[in-house]
Design a binder for this molecule. Structure first.
Ligand code: AMP
Length: 308
């Protein structure tokens, strides 16, 4: 596995692999890698002949400087995980390699409309401009590829899919199921910052989501009722403060008045001073007991949910 600091070397490596007839799988990350990231790299390795990973803590997408400074950085362990998971090349660019004028704002940024209006977009001003800008740069330097993203960041997948479509980029966006801990907590680099007590409390987020997902599969069509189910479960855990509980149509993230077909349930909450997000899918009236698919750190059976 090659570890590169230079964007142009990274692009040449990918060009060479493509010339040799290999399909490129790209996995963009911010490092502090865990089994969730690993599942993306392993899937890319199964489906593509050449796997490229990027590790870059993108300052443009942090609306809170404290959050950027506190973001965990574990490069040595990350490289061991990536080599083991089947990565062929890893780009670890310095900040001025990605943004030559840093700390000045770049004159060119990418803004994706519509799907960025609500949810994270409403609570983290500028966040998705930062995401869309860095992902566009990573996709442009990578060229034709399959790009793997986690459904854990559901709105991010919608933003990336939209920009790929609108900018006609030669990229297939692959959405991958969320990997969870034994108690349902979605793996996140931020979990490392939870105190022991907060770590226990944090599982209430997935409990709230799966409780509402079960109601959806039992036939609930009223989004307000589902929001109040989720808010009620969250409120049972003092110290967990909801930022939003939402029920959306997964195709465009709009909020329907009456639900039908596929539904996405989403939560953002603060647990202590750590902000966590999670989401699950469900189908109205599916009625069947379904296991969460995708790899889990430990086997979890969560009724009523689909996908992640
Ligand atoms: P990040 O390093 O947090 O920017 O995440 C890099 C990629 O890993 C993104 O596409 C995330 O959605 C994905 N990811 C993060 N956590 C998980 C998880 N628990 N399961 C699956 N994918 C994840």
């Amino acid at each position: 596995m090659r570890v590169l600091r230079s964007v142009s070397e990274f692009s040449s490596n990918l060009d060479e692999a493509r010339s040799a007839g290999l399909k490129i799988g790209l996995v963009p990350t911010m490092g502090a890698l865990h089994a969730g990231h690993r599942s993306l790299v392993e899937r890319a390795h199964r489906e593509c002949g050449f796997v490229a990973v990027t590790i870059f803590v993108n300052p443009l997408q942090f609306n809170d400087k404290g959050d950027l400074d506190a973001y965990p950085r574990t490069l040595e362990a990350d490289l061991v995980l990536l080599s083991d998971a089947g990565a062929d090349v890893v780009l670890v660019p310095g900040v001025t390699e990605m943004y030559p004028d840093y700390p000045a704002q770049p004159a060119t940024t990418v803004h994706v409309g519509v799907v960025t209006d609500g949810l994270e977009g409403a609570f983290r001003p500028g966040h998705f401009d930062g995401v869309a800008t860095v992902v566009t740069k990573l996709l442009c330097m990578s060229g034709r590829c399959r790009a793997y993203f986690g459904e854990k960041d559901f709105q991010q997948v919608a933003v990336v899919s939209r920009l790929v479509r609108d900018l006609l980029l030669p990229v297939d966006v692959i959405a991958c199921a969320t990997v969870r801990e034994y108690d349902g907590l979605a793996l996140s680099s931020r979990n490392a910052r939870l105190s022991d007590a907060d770590r226990k409390r944090a599982s209430v987020i997935s409990r709230a989501l799966f409780c509402a997902a079960k109601e959806v599969s039992a036939g609930e069509r009223d989004p307000e009722s589902l929001r109040s189910t989720m808010a009620g479960v969250l409120a049972s855990e003092p110290g967990v403060v909801a930022e939003y509980v939402a029920v959306v149509d997964p195709s465009d993230l709009s909020t329907p008045e009456r639900l039908s077909g596929e539904v996405r349930l989403l939560i953002a909450a603060r647990v202590g001073d750590v902000r966590l997000i999670d989401n699950v899918g469900a189908v109205v009236g599916a009625g069947v007991r379904q296991n969460v698919d995708g790899p889990a750190v430990k086997e979890t059976t969560l009724e009523g949910a689909t996908g992640s």
